[in-house]
Design a protein around this ligand. Structure first.
Ligand code: 13P
Length: 341
């Protein structure tokens, strides 16, 4: 199917080809150069109108026409099931609030966010909020035991307990019901001097406590421009995950966050992000084997927003997002989750 003049082939299986009238209303087109499963339902004018059709199958295509007709009530929708889902990598979208949002603000956020979430079926996506430590209990309270949203921490200690002023242990986080911990964020590397081996120690502590580490990696602009992209990513991945068994590595989430894209409004293009993610997956395969590498989820982070999330999420090796600025507003964070559904 190459854009243009296709017609619906009919039948519930086989290559889908869409009729002209859908193309006329197609708002945009994205390149998807991989094999994917597809599912669609298309109504005529009005819900369940004449000509309603639905189906699913497998296709190999370079171009999929996505119809996001503004008139949602016409129930015309094509849902792309991405490579990640085929590989059983459940998309994971997390909001890293960084040093924003005290308990009171978080309660207000949660009231809005829960309303946003109630408006669509987000069960295909793992949703995570990552507040500052002191805000975690308020977030837990406001979630009222709803496990549909996980809670993460922004850091943890590499020690179990003892005389380590200012540190927070993985056991303390687990006691609060925290399930994830963001480690090795570029801001911690840059402002607090965290090294790959230090981060490795924390990743091991997190795993031992049953927490899911979100291991952040990413190059600076100078490194990218200087041709060091691959060597930087390889070092951060291999040293950060050194000593892990493949089963442990499979439960880690990697967040590829190019430093030059964080908080700058300058997102990596979908192609740049996909290339980096595919490279990271190849490094994971070198370390832990192809099968394990295919299970590891790799999030993209860096100025991810409602208007670029869909294109990023459509890439075969992008399995989610680690969101900064756009995660501070319930409506924009929910819109990103929606794009991943
Ligand atoms: P922005 O989405 O604000 O660029 O931040 C990304 C990030 O650092 C998430 O950890």
């Amino acid at each position: 199917m190459e854009g243009g003049n296709a017609a619906y082939a009919g039948g519930r299986r086989g290559s889908p080809v869409f009729p002209r009238e859908y193309q006329a209303e197609t708002l945009f087109q994205i390149d998807i150069a991989f094999k994917m499963r597809w599912q669609f339902s298309a109504g005529g004018r009005g819900r369940g109108g004449a000509g309603a059709a639905e189906g699913e199958g497998l296709l190999q295509s370079r171009h999929i026409l996505l119809d996001f007709a503004a008139e949602q009530e016409h129930a015309r929708r094509i849902r792309i099931i991405t490579q990640s889902e085929i590989m059983s990598r459940k998309p994971i979208i997390a909001a890293n609030w960084k040093m924003n949002m005290g308990p009171a603000e978080a309660r207000e956020y949660l009231a809005g966010f829960r309303k946003e979430l109630a408006a669509f079926d987000g069960s295909h996506v793992e949703k995570v909020l990552v507040p500052p430590f002191v805000t975690i209990p308020a977030v837990m309270d406001a979630l009222g035991g709803c496990s549909c949203v996980g809670v993460g921490a922004q850091n943890c200690s590499d020690r179990d307990n003892g005389a380590y002023t200012g540190e927070v242990s993985t056991a303390m986080l687990a006691e609060l019901g925290v399930r994830y911990v963001v480690l090795g964020h570029s801001e911690r590397r840059r402002y607090y001097g965290e090294t790959d081996s230090f981060i490795n120690g924390k990743i091991k502590k997190a795993l031992a406590a049953g927490l899911t580490p979100i291991h952040c990696i990413g190059e600076t602009l100078e490194q990218r421009d200087g041709g060091q992209l691959e060597s930087v990513l390889r070092t951060q991945v291999t040293e950060g995950l050194a000593g892990l068994a493949p089963e442990q590595a499979a439960s880690v989430v990697i967040a590829y966050e190019p430093v030059w894209a964080i908080g700058t409004g300058r997102t990596a293009t979908a192609r740049q992000a996909q290339e980096a993610h595919a490279f990271v997956r190849s490094v994971l395969a070198d370390s832990f084997g192809r099968e394990t590498a295919e299970k590891i989820r790799i999030q993209y982070g860096g100025s991810m927003k409602p208007d670029n999330a869909l294109e990023l999420m459509a890439q075969p090796d992008i399995d989610g997002g680690l969101i900064g600025g756009a995660g501070l507003k319930p409506d924009s964070f929910a819109a990103i989750i929606r794009a991943a559904c």
